[in-house]
Ligand binder design. Structure first.
Ligand SMILES: Nc1nc2c(c(=O)[nH]1)N[C@H]1C(S)=C(S)[C@@H](COP(=O)(O)O)O[C@H]1N2
Ligand SMILES: [Mo]
Length: 222
């Protein structure tokens, strides 16, 4: 720790992230980082359009009505409204979508708050190891904290430069590119930080608890 490089911009965020790096926090999950030769996971085919998949009920949530509640094992539980969300650091990230129903879509440009910056704001307690996401349509899905904290995971409000449409989960959804897309909750409403991973909607209905596309973790064995 002696030869830490000097940082010109020593904000609370950079300090928090440096502390996490030193502790190795959130870096315990095995996140597949395929090379260009296996960019398309096994059993997937490419589409150019962007299919809509959900439980058949698409809630209309205006930006004025929208809130994100953050509860559970965090030092800073908060309720974000639209302006509070936009006031967090904004990132632009390009990633691929892999749906368990076998379609993949390359090169989606997202704008939103990276989960790393979000975690720096809510400051999870050391006991937190998983999150449960809850959406305005009643959907739930679970993630290990290490997967939620992946460096390309982002809570988005824009796609290809335009506001995220209601059918794709606007005003705000999660995107976790290294897992099947059912983990990427649309119409995000609430995030609970938990001490143990527990099954969300599809996970209770036979989908895999983790959903790594390169390992074809589509359905659970039992
Ligand atoms: N709130 C909510 N989020 C959801 C779903 C849902 O039904 N409700 N479906 C999931 C599934 S199975 C997929 S494949 C993707 C589809 O996102 P898209 O409609 O933008 O392609 O959203 C995921 N997130
Ligand atoms: Mo899906």
């Amino acid at each position: 720790m002696a030869d830490e490089p000097m940082q010109t911009e020593d904000t609370k965020l950079t300090r928090t992230k440096r502390k996490w790096a030193e502790e190795g926090r959130f870096l315990t999950g095995q996140i597949s980082r395929p090379g260009p030769e296996d960019r398309l996971p096994p059993g997937q085919h490419l589409v150019k359009n962007w299919p809509v998949l959900d439980l058949g009920q698409q809630p209309e949530v205006s930006t004025a009505q929208w809130r994100l509640d953050v509860r559970g094992l965090v030092n800073n539980p908060l309720t974000l409204d639209w302006n509070g969300f936009l006031a967090l650091p904004q990132a632009e990230l390009r990633s691929d979508i892999h749906c368990v129903t076998t379609w993949s879509r390359y090169d989606n440009d997202w704008t939103g708050v990276s989960t790393r910056d979000f975690l720096a704001a809510v400051d999870p307690k050391p006991e937190a190891t998983a999150v449960m996401l809850t959406s305005y349509d009643g959907y739930t899905t679970n993630l290990l904290l290490s997967d939620f904290a992946a460096e390309d995971a982002v809570i988005v409000h824009r796609w290809q430069g335009e506001p995220l449409t209601a059918e794709h989960g606007g005003p705000v959804r999660l995107v976790v590119p290294h897992l099947y897309f059912w983990k990427s909750a649309k119409w995000l409403k609430r995030i609970d930080f938990l001490s143990a991973d527990s099954a969300g909607f599809w996970e209770k209905n036979g989908y895999h608890m983790r959903g790594d596309p390169w390992a074809e973790e589509r359905y659970s064995e039992d």
